[in-house]
Design a protein around this ligand. Structure first.
Ligand code: FNR
Length: 385
């Protein structure tokens, strides 16, 4: 189907297009994972171990996907995960993605590494959640939270799985972190596919805007390197209590992969957790997120909202995650690919397609709303082994 001049393709079509438009350096940055990328693949493989069982003769003339999570109501059971540097993928940048999220009445996490300032993204009136990394200099974190609050954000996502940045083979090969001083070969590669330039120019190209108050006016990549080195590897559970005291909005902990950590987060007052291995970009080898979801849901599912991310690509993946205990899901690469391929209309296409597929699967499984999926649980699924 052609809509807005964009063929309504799958994520995979859009990813192919995005790869043609972006310099390899950025395409690989989006796609790649840590070390041998086993976790990255495991996230997808985990979904292939479950089928959703078709059921007939139930009235499915009306399917309602409304989801309530962290005290907010979304029209659909998914939201845009925080993705760093999205402003470098297309001129529409993070604000374009936020407008797409807003059109669908869903939420979006705004990365610490957003190229557009959170104030710019917030001007779209989308339902935004501020994603933060806790810095060695706590004043930076305090200031980011104050800005988020001033922007009207009532939900903070603290990401806890980045005590360090592991080797990402593709980024090493492409010299991603060293782009601040590009070699002649890198420059030639970037200029061959200049799609990213419009993003870089539109957004000033000079700042990682959410932290620009703390770095000198250097290139985006150089700043990012400096800021990544600022993420505090000494962070521990007492810091979560500190954040809880500091922030009176909803507090979500992203990067939980063990039931004990889920319990600790709940005990320290988190309103929700995101079961996530950062899309396979941090620990390798880690289990897939869907592999660990049932144990985590068993531990805290009654107490706090659980989100799952990592490998969500199809409607069936969303339904499977909800049936295994997630309240909603989020995803990173699909919207990054959509944005890189066609700007905010590409994000629209990704969201439209996913909604359509979720509706298809729920209707054919005889499940009319999100509560019905969660109540059916494993009874809606078939283990494929
Ligand atoms: C990310 N992710 C991420 N997470 C976060 O908390 N802060 C960040 O700045 C980023 N940046 C980022 C950049 C890129 C290019 C990707 C692909 C991912 C992780 C993201 O929020 C989410 O956990 C994963 O993307 C989920 O996996 P999928 O959907 O990409 O398979």
């Amino acid at each position: 189907m052609i809509k807005n001049g964009i063929d309504d393709g799958t994520f995979f079509d859009l990813a192919r297009k995005a790869r043609r438009r972006l310099p390899r350096l950025f395409a690989d940055y989006i796609d790649g994972g840590a070390h041998g990328e086993r976790t990255l693949h495991r996230n997808r493989r985990a979904f292939t171990q479950w089928g959703v069982t078709p059921r007939g003769l139930r009235d499915v003339s009306s399917i309602d996907l409304t989801t309530t999570c962290f005290g907010r109501t979304w029209r659909l059971p998914f939201f845009l995960a925080p993705v760093g540097f999205a402003g470098m993928f297309h001129a529409h940048g993070e604000a374009g993605a936020a407008r797409a999220a807003s059109r669908q009445s869903i939420g979006m996490g705004v990365s610490t590494f957003s190229v557009a300032a959170m104030e710019t993204v917030a001007a779209t009136n989308a339902d935004l959640m501020a994603q933060i990394y806790v810095m060695r200099d706590r004043a930076i974190t305090r200031d980011m939270l104050a800005r988020a609050k001033a922007c009207g954000m009532s939900c903070m996502i603290v990401t806890i799985d980045t005590a360090l940045t592991p080797v990402r083979e593709r980024d090493v090969r492409n010299g991603f972190r060293h782009l601040a001083r590009p070699t002649v070969a890198q420059m030639a590669g970037l200029l061959k596919r200049p799609a990213w330039l419009s993003g870089a120019i539109t957004h000033g190209g000079n700042t990682v805007a959410n932290i620009d108050r703390y770095t000198t006016a250097r290139g985006v990549m150089a700043q990012a390197r400096d800021v990544a080195a600022q993420i505090d590897p000494a962070l521990d559970w007492s810091d979560l209590a500190w954040l809880r005291d500091l922030w009176n909005g909803h507090l979500i902990v992203k990067g939980i992969m063990h039931p004990d950590d889920a319990l600790r987060a709940a005990e320290r007052g988190a309103d929700g957790i995101i079961v996530s291995n950062h899309g396979g970009r941090q620990m390798d080898p880690a289990p897939g997120t869907l592999d660990v979801l049932p144990a985590i849901a068993g531990a805290v599912g009654e107490r706090i909202d659980i989100i799952l991310d990592g490998g969500i690509r199809r409607g069936g993946d969303v339904v499977t995650a909800l049936a295994l205990g997630a309240k909603a899901v989020s995803f990173g690469r699909p919207w990054a690919w959509g944005l890189a391929a066609h700007g905010e209309r590409g994000v629209d296409a990704v969201l439209d397609r996913l909604e359509r597929e979720v509706r298809d699967v729920m209707a054919l499984a005889g499940l009319c709303d999100i509560d019905a999926v969660r109540t059916a649980g494993r009874a809606a699924l078939w283990p494929l082994g």
